[in-house]
Design a protein. Sequence first.
Lengths: 150, 143
Amino acid sequence: MGALLAKARDIPLEGLSFREAAARIVEVRAREVFEHSEGVLDLEDIERVHAMRVATRRLRAAMEICRPCFPKGEFKGLLGEVKDLADVLGERRDPDVAVDFFRDLTDAGPLVEDLERERLEANERLGAKLEEIEQNDLRGRLEALALAAV
Amino acid sequence: MKAKKVKGLDPEKSFRKNACKMVRVRLDELHGFSPAVLDPAEVGALHDMRIAAKRLRYLCELTSPVLGEGAALAAKKAKDLQGVLGDVHDCDEQIPRVRARVGAGSELLAHLEARRKSRYADFLEEWQRLEDEGFRKNVLERL
């Protein structure tokens, strides 16, 4: 299910200039991030946070690929914000994966306890980050950046 | 690892033309970690190669609709490399932690060390196959 959720859309780019393509790519990849934001704080369904993390990494990669097409100042700040979001999602995802890996292995009890604690702390940071990006309208500013390419 | 700058990109030119330049540079970047990665102790080079594979993968996934089968091939192989190098990296991250928290003689540590060895061997096999098949040349010829 997670893999399906995280699948990126194909973006028709044939015949476009780099600038036109960049606008389309960033618009679509940014939209995908926010489409995956629902339910990511649910600790029972670890695939949701994974899907949003993958979508965020794709957006970051797309922005880096298309960097020459955007106004420098605005771009740099937004790329930094996307990287921060990816980091916070990663801090939540990493213990999810580790807990899953260690749970049934001999001797791993103390480690799993540490990881469960890290996971809860990371989830709190993720909650705060989601609130922050909602309040500062990261989505709207990314849409505006996409338009600024053309 | 900071990405190598791609020279000569022009936003007014076709996306296809610019994408070709980027794929060339990212392919070179990936190959730049060999022969360092042939040594299993080169943890830093293996980690950086994983990042290079990820960059190549995302670039080629994005550009394969315009660049065709060369980019699709590169995306597939880069994804495979990223996966196996990710497993090696996870072991490199967890082994010191397990050693400190659970103990040097633990079954868990032995399990992780065996997994690291096995996934590194998988990586090596995959990388050598790509080199033998002329991966870079095959991709570039089909762009």
